[in-house]
Design a protein around this ligand. Sequence first.
Ligand code: 5AD
Ligand code: SF4
Length: 358
Amino acid sequence: MKTRGNIELVKKLYGGDNMLRAEWHMLLTALTAKEKEYLRALAATVAEEKFGKGVYIRGLIEISSYCRNNCFYCGLRAANREAQRYRLTKEDILECCEQGSQLGFNTFVLQGGEDATQNDEWLTDVVPAIHAAHPDKAITLSVGERSAEAYRAFRKAGADRYLLRHETRNDEHYSLLHPQTMSASKRRECLKTLKEIGFQTGSGMMIGSPGQTVEHLIDDIQFLEQLQPEMIGIGPFIPAAGTPFTGEPAGSIETTLLLISLLRLRFPDALIPATTALATLHHKGRTQAILAGANVVMPNLSPRSVRSKYSIYDNKATSGCEAAEEIEKLEKELNAIGYRINFARGDYNKKGTEKCIM
Ligand code: 5AD
Ligand code: SF4
């Protein structure tokens, strides 16, 4: 296709039209450097129209490095003997929130492996304690696949948002990344339930995970179109020691940035983080993501002593702009590209919640 054709495709996407698979294919594979720059600039403009030059911050509290699952890509998988395990207590978490509150955070994200000790009852006790201490703050959970009853209990207890990446929409690819004990349909069912319960729901996928093809990415985009998540987290795959994928190459930064821009145009209102995985692969990964249309950063609020232990992949960035207590650094980094931190809660803000059509 001629250059003009690709620009027309970008404009069509910007206009909100449904894209054919072949058109997604072109956008994902055939843009020249100039066309990519056009797309990036347009995505940044759309983000600016929606969110100004403000970037929302979420304080990430990594509550447990124990996990019963064995996702092939993840350093926290149960079978990884090299993983360092810890779990935070309720008191630890409340302390993190207190610190986060003093630093100006208005959203806390509790993320952890599927830890049998931090079970549904435990979480249903911790969430209201945070809510009572910080009634105005948003509470986000990212604690994996749970029952509908548990999700309902979390919501009732005061949780507002839930992050659960679908990882890949393609069932065959899913089974290449996960043991048979896990299923893609179960994951999708959980996401559907979360939406139905009224969580602001985040999903997403890794870019460049082993075996991933362009067709898989199109499946992912079409899945997101059905789910209509309020948040979309994407980051490059990064190999992790002690996992079956330890020798695999990392995902591409360029493709991740391209996806961020495409998703910004397709989901103008979505909350899209500049992920730690991008920042880990390149010192400019975070700012490049903002300039490509991302509008959220999630600095680490976990106790310093455990940060290196939450090792989902190798060399995960935990210092500098990734550290909550160094928030001035992040502000400076954003200022340097013409952005600033927006300390507001940053709820999804489109009139009427998006209807999931899964
Ligand atoms: N590289 C990049 N991202 C990873 N995740 C897990 N392992 C890796 C890895 N090796 C992502 C998954 C998960 C999220 C918490 O972290 O997408 O949903
Ligand atoms: Fe557990 Fe999540 Fe890692 Fe899978 S990706 S092993 S569910 S922590």
